[in-house]
Write a protein that binds this ligand. Structure first.
Ligand code: FAD
Length: 438
């Protein structure tokens, strides 16, 4: 070996290794995993630990995305590599705000990133439903109910049974450890309130055969609850016009593949004068579904089991739920300046109208905000950041969280370059956890 190489190697061995940053990320959904990915690229020797309240990682990729959307769920394999090869540590079963505080993490780690998402079902806020209305507040991306505090007068009257939020149902369908199907009764007439992609996920899953559901890994108790009805008719209701409905056209195209279903809508609700050219794809795909699926239903009329129907309703606002103990009627009023009303006979009502931060969540973004915070860039305070749905509100897909995570990782790196914080805190070892603590 050349002499200078020997001395260089000896010096390197005796010099202390440069200090590396220690980073704690709270939440292992897409936002948390993508932040870990970008910070790992930036600082290959940093200690990166992702904490999650659940024993298994990946948040809504595991417990939200519909089980038949296997292509979307496959992003988990990319995240697996963080833990298997990227040296990122996963600490499951540790709820921050309950088992450990954010302050404890800040004492131990140079950087703490909150990526806990928003998972509480937004309540319908009408008589007969559980919960109270969620006021609209300003978040980092404008006005929406994300991260809102729930307040206001309690609704009068008892909450009826048979009303289920989409968060609860999609967790149930995906085997979330906190959920079980006890008491869940769909019946044969179901109304879905909401016309975003999550509502269409629920619609598709309710129309699947028990064998298909089982084939996608859905637990028997959930399959049995769906099959028990059996679901014969679904009303899917939204306050928006068709052109403003939030679903993606691809989600509607997928429905056309489901056998033995007749899709219906009131023709007057399909054409609105103020439709933008970019909304035409949505209308075209729905018109195609109505035409094709009705035709299929005609062909299979002789077939027992071909009598399932789905009716889309655009421009209707839920007004009240009625029933004796359990919901049996959903009353709607026209949303566009008319005094028209509609009553739907239902056995259950599924709400898919968004998510918010529950007032009793153990970790609330609001309690870490200060005049020094800048939510536009995910900065809550020195060394403390937020990302994903917790930063932006409960909308946007998995790729949107990648973009968000890249932006916040860049902000963190720039703050480090500007000397806002230095490597030197002890990291995970500084938490002094006993093995049974996590
Ligand atoms: C029903 C449903 C279906 C969807 N389907 C699709 C789809 O098909 N395609 C698509 O692109 N997007 C889909 N999305 C959107 C996508 O899931 C979200 O954009 C994304 O998951 C948000 O990422 P996040 O990391 O901010 O939050 P989450 O995915 O919610 O992750 C938050 C994580 O934080 C953990 N956590 C929460 N509180 C604490 C705490 N106090 N301590 C420790 N850990 C905590 C949670 O356990 C969870 O693992 C869907 C969303 C829903 C609700």
């Amino acid at each position: 070996m050349h002499r200078s190489e020997v001395s260089t190697a000896t010096e390197a061995a005796t010099m202390p290794a440069p200090a590396a940053h220690s980073i704690a990320i709270v939440g292992s959904g897409p936002a948390g995993c993508y932040v870990a990915h970008f910070l790992r690229k930036r600082w290959p020797t940093a200690e990166i630990v992702i904490f999650d309240r659940l024993g298994l990682p990946y948040g809504l990729v595991r417990y939200g995305v519909a089980p038949d959307h296997t292509g979307t769920k496959a992003v988990a394999r990319q995240f697996d590599r963080l833990f298997e090869q990227g040296g990122v540590r996963f600490v499951g079963g540790t709820e921050i705000g309950r088992h450990l505080t954010v302050d404890q993490l800040r004492e131990a780690f140079d950087v703490v990133v909150l990526a806990t998402g928003l998972s509480a079902d937004r309540p319908l806020g009408i008589p007969g439903a559980t919960g109270r209305p969620v006021p609209v507040v300003t978040t980092s991306t404008g006005t929406q109910p994300a991260g809102a505090t729930v307040h206001g007068a309690a609704l009068s009257g008892a909450a009826l049974s048979g009303v289920y939020g989409s968060g609860r149902l999609t967790r149930l369908i995906n085997g979330h450890p906190d959920e079980n199907a006890e008491g869940v009764v769909f019946g044969s007439r179901v109304a879905i309130v909401g016309q975003g992609n999550v509502a269409i996920d629920l619609l598709r899953l309710l129309l699947m055969s028990p064998d298909e559901l089982r084939g996608h890994g859905v637990a028997d108790e959930v399959v049995n609850a769906i099959a028990a009805g059996p679901v014969r008719h679904i009303d899917i209701v939204g306050r928006s016009s068709l052109s403003r409905a939030k679903f993606d056209p691809a989600m509607i195209s997928e429905l056309a593949k489901i056998p033995n279903v007749r899709f219906l809508a009131d023709h007057g609700e399909l054409h609105d004068a103020d439709a933008e050219p970019r909304d035409l794809a949505k209308r075209d795909v729905l018109l195609r579904l109505l035409a094709t699926a009705s035709h299929d239903a005609d062909r299979t009329d002789a077939n027992p089991g071909s009598d399932r129907t789905v009716r889309f309703h655009f421009g209707w606002v839920p007004e009240r739920l009625e029933g004796a103990g359990s919901v049996d009627t959903l009353s709607l009023r026209g949303s566009v300046g008319s005094d028209s009303s509609l009553k739907l006979a239902v056995d259950s009502v599924l709400t898919a109208i968004g998510f918010f931060e529950a007032a009793d969540a153990p970790l609330r973004r609001q309690s870490h905000e200060s005049p020094d915070s800048d939510l536009e860039i995910g900065r809550l305070g020195p060394g403390l950041y937020c990302v994903g749905w917790l930063r932006r509100g409960p909308q946007g897909t998995i790729p949107a969280n990648r973009t968000d995570a890249k932006m916040v990782a860049d902000v963190i790196a720039a703050a480090a370059d500007a000397g806002e914080f230095f490597p030197g805190k002890p990291g995970f070892a500084g938490l002094n956890l006993l093995p049974s603590d996590h």
